[in-house]
Design a protein around this ligand. Structure first.
Ligand SMILES: NC(=O)c1ccc[n+]([C@@H]2O[C@H](COP(=O)([O-])OP(=O)(O)OC[C@H]3O[C@@H](n4cnc5c(N)ncnc54)[C@H](O)[C@@H]3O)[C@@H](O)[C@H]2O)c1
Length: 250
């Protein structure tokens, strides 16, 4: 028998969050823990850190061995029980004119955002299939569907478009095994990632493009991630939910 948040009655829902040391990942891990979920956070460095980050194990998502070791550690921590859900928030944002972007810069961004999504999702899904099934939530971006003149970001935009295509494929591939795959596509969210590019001129231009006329918060994105990670969304798979204050509609 399942409770409303999807764990078997009497046991906490088990959630793996990547990028748990900062921003949206951190907010997701904190919100899930406050719901009583059993949360394991992954990020480049583990520990409480200066931000009080709920990271329990170090993992470089671009590195197959590192992802393998992290999930082996998770197997031990949860005594062989599979995660119910993965919310994959680890990622990087870089912007630079396309004509100046080097192959190495492209590879770095695409490897972290796209290859990392495959490696982490596959590690989770291998455990979910044959267990109770599960839910995988990947993070794309408004950059997947809107070009940006102020902050040209060819590699980032392409990497986030790849995340959407990847999620659709995985939803079809893993659906028969009970694994759902969905995407959250944030607009401009107030996290450490955004302050990297926060000059006053850019900020004014950014606000003009958002119908809500404000940035989103990491908590607002986290709530949607947890909806998709929970059994509240049991019949939702292969879809993209924008959390962007209406920006992608404008
Ligand atoms: N903040 C925004 O405005 C925004 C907008 C659209 C999409 N997103 C997406 O949401 C996700 C979370 O963004 P955020 O704003 O919380 O960013 P953030 O910079 O606050 O956090 C990202 C986290 O990912 C981790 N990370 C980076 N490379 C890693 C690697 N190789 N292995 C493991 N961890 C790694 C970082 O250490 C960091 O803790 C990202 O995928 C981002 O592209 C964010």
């Amino acid at each position: 028998m399942k409770d409303v948040m999807g764990g078997t009655e009497g046991e906490a829902r088990r959630l793996v969050v990547t990028g748990a040391g900062s921003g949206i990942g951190r907010a997701t891990a904190v919100a899930a823990a406050s719901l009583g979920w059993d949360v394991i956070g992954l990020d480049l460095t583990a520990g409480e850190g200066g931000s009080g980050a709920p990271v329990t194990f170090p993992c470089d998502i671009t590195d197959e061995r590192s992802v393998h070791d992290a999930f082996e550690w998770i197997d031990t921590a949860w005594e062989g029980r599979a995660p119910h859900a993965l919310v994959h928030c680890a990622g990087v944002y870089r912007f630079k004119p396309a004509t100046e972007t080097t192959a190495a810069e492209w590879d770095s961004v695409v490897n972290i955002n796209a290859r990392g999504s495959l490696l982490v999702s596959a590690a989770a899904a291998r455990r979910m299939t044959g267990a109770e099934g599960g839910s995988v939530v990947l993070l794309s971006s408004i950059a997947a569907v809107r070009g940006d003149a102020a902050e040209p970001s060819a590699a980032y935009s392409a990497s986030k478009g790849a995340v959407v295509s990847l999620a659709r494929q995985l939803a079809v591939e893993w659906g028969p095994s009970g694994v759902r795959v969905n995407v959250v596509a944030p607009g401009v969210i107030d996290t450490p990632m955004t302050t990297v590019s926060g000059t006053p001129e850019v900020f004014e231009e950014v606000l003009r493009r958002i119908p809500a006329r404000r940035l989103g918060t990491a908590e607002e994105v986290a709530r949607v991630c947890l909806f998709l990670a929970s059994e509240q969304s049991a019949y939702v798979s292969g879809t993209v939910i924008s959390v962007d204050g209406g920006q992608s509609a404008s």
